[in-house]
Design a protein around this ligand. Sequence first.
Ligand code: UD1
Ligand code: CA
Length: 466
Amino acid sequence: MASKRTAIVMAAGKGTRMKSERPKATIPLLGQPLTSYVLRALEGAGVEQIIVVVGHGAEEVQQMLGDRYTYALQAEQLGTGHAVMQAIPYLPPDAEYVIIAAGDSPLITPEVFRALYETAYETQSACVFATALLDDPTGYGRILRDGSGKVVGIVEEKDASPEQRAIREVCTSFYCFRVDALRDALPRLNNQNAQGEYYLTDVIGILAHQGARIVAWQSPDPTLLIGVNNRWELAQAGYALRMRILKQLCLDGITIVDPATTYIEPTVQIGHDTVVEPNTHLRGNTTIGARCTLGPDLYLQDCTVGDSCHLFRSHLVQVRIDSEVSVGPFAHIRPGTVLHRGVRIGDFVEIKNVEIGEGTKVLHLTYLGDATVGKGTNIGAGTITCNYDGERKHRTVIGDGVFVGSHATLIAPVTIGDGAYIAAASPITEDVPPESLAIARCYQTVKAGWVRKRRESKHGAGGTEP
Ligand code: UD1
Ligand code: CA
């Protein structure tokens, strides 16, 4: 195996059946572009050079898949055979074998690519390609074999006779070709078929006709090879991938209480002994430490969470959390927030772009925005930072060991020194020095006997309200 492993991925199609304005290759599946799964599996199989054939929405596809790959443009989508022709000039001159994969089969694993590659080398075949036995082969190309069982070609469903349509062995669009055989066969393709396209599948018939060695590699698990052509197939592939991720997490020492209602994207990392309760969603660049309890009813996107945290029934986006923090129920924590060790966030609390120091408590009915809060501080129920004057945002700075009484209104910019004490219900407009009490209230007046006097003036002495 001298030359470096090379692959061509066909991803130029419009994906008409997806009924989308976006190119099919970019359609998100568990947060990642559809075609990226195929690329990841190829990389997992040690493929070093990948040529992606792009056409429909080429720029968007290229931008989303990234610049690690070589891109070949197929300006007009004239079929899978035509797509591969566009990639041939980019093959390294010493490439002996090349893997070809459809970009719309996201369940594929590195093992399948390895098996195709190794079988091709071992048998010195012109082509090894993956087939699957499906209960319902609708939509796939059918494998044609002669009386002795030798593969003689592939017929697309639209060109197939009723007898051929009854064949359950299908082409999955994963191949390993010897480059010289492929180069020689491609120019012989024609588009005399139901779709008027140059079919890559016809290369198999051409090679068989030449008497070349062809191996149909039947996958033990046909579900790995299924393609996604419409949104229902997308949903089913999403389900299968989700279960694959959850199973791996379980095997790695994470408890998933209810796989059916747990959504975890492939980009998420979780430490051992963490328990994921039902209806938990972990998305994007999220990393979770060990021994946490997450959920029930939790949404985290692009968050970093330390060890031994307890987060439930809350919504957090782009938040960084140290260890031993608790959040919930009903907290909404927005981008730019950092919660240090041991912070406790309770119910009906919204926090945006705030750093909160170790051991501080924000337990009830509070909005904190654009603020810094020190260590060991208590933020009382109903506290509001007034960070927006209608034009600009202003910061609130609260020191260590501060006591903010309930229903305080902190009108930013304002600074509250370490150890200060804010009396409940105070609107705070001026800075408060350390260790000071700030009280800003209209003092209460009590008019003794006022109710009785009013009644007597209306109804006479001893009278009652009607
Ligand atoms: C193809 C196979 C079919 C197989 C099935 C497996 C052919 C002719 N048919 O059918 O035998 O059972 O895959 O999933 O190969 N593409 C291009 N340029 C084109 C046309 C397609 O890059 O001009 C790309 C598409 O973006 C897609 C892949 O090739 O990623 C397969 O094309 P698609 O139209 O989905 O082929 P199927 O009808 O699924
Ligand atoms: Ca397809």
